[in-house]
Design a protein around this ligand. Sequence first.
Ligand SMILES: [Zn+2]
Ligand SMILES: [Zn+2]
Length: 313
Amino acid sequence: MFAILWPKRQAGYRRRTSASTSNRSTVTLSPTTSLHQRRPPELYAWYGAVHRRSTSQSVRVKLDSSVGFREPYWVARGGRTPEKWKQMKVQIIPIALGFCQCYVLRADGVIAVDAGAPNKGSRFARAMERAAIPPEEVRLIVLTHGHWDHVGSAGRLGQMTGAKLALHEREIGWLEQGLTPLPPGITPGGRFFIRALKLFMPLIKVPPTKVDIALRDDGLSLTDYGIPGRVLYTPGHSSGSVSILLDSGEAFVGDLAMNRFPLRLSPGLPVLAEDSSAVIRSWRMLLEQGATTVYPAHGKPFPAEVIRSAIGA
Ligand SMILES: [Zn+2]
Ligand SMILES: [Zn+2]
């Protein structure tokens, strides 16, 4: 469906990106490649962020690191409600916008999770082009919370897509006034990180941005936006933090979990939090609601069992 020719010399491959998309319907990946042996070709095709080097007999595949991870994601739907969702698959596209790992989710509709650090609009546009998703298809941008690294490009992404911006009502004031509060560290490493970050905060400017949807503690269904899942209120890292839980168990939790240096060396609970007992309560709720895979905003996804054992649930 969609692949990008990987030129003989790596330099300049970006120039070929859009021209090569016209080949999308005819591309097949050779079964001789090692990557292909591990994953079906349609997975690469749908994910879109694939580079391809074609010779007469073989094809080499390289994932585009600028999209985020080296692994594509393909999520099969579980079943909750209603019937038509049962066969639905949700495409998960990770997009690194600064220090924040954002996600675009596509099923019947397209939504984005988080909006990254300031001035990341063009990076988002490039990633969407590679994923072959017109930005205007994004109907909703759920901001998991109001910290600068998650909302910095919210205004720009909102303009680019026309999507509604949703943020919990407790933190709308931060974004609408361009405030950049920091959470406290709750581990020695977390405290050190925040002390170091404070030195750079005068350089970070979040453009004040109007929020369209004030999320409340009872959350929001995403079925109206074509996504089989819900926004759940999960305070702890901050008092207005929310998570997106797909019916198939994938949980996009913002900073309710972390899995990236220098925050953490391994997946687990956040090292920064306003209320660590609320972190535990939120996690108990997410696990009860069926979270199976955790997609943190800092670091790679990991199984929810890691959190289950960390909190003794
Ligand atoms: Zn945060
Ligand atoms: Zn963060």
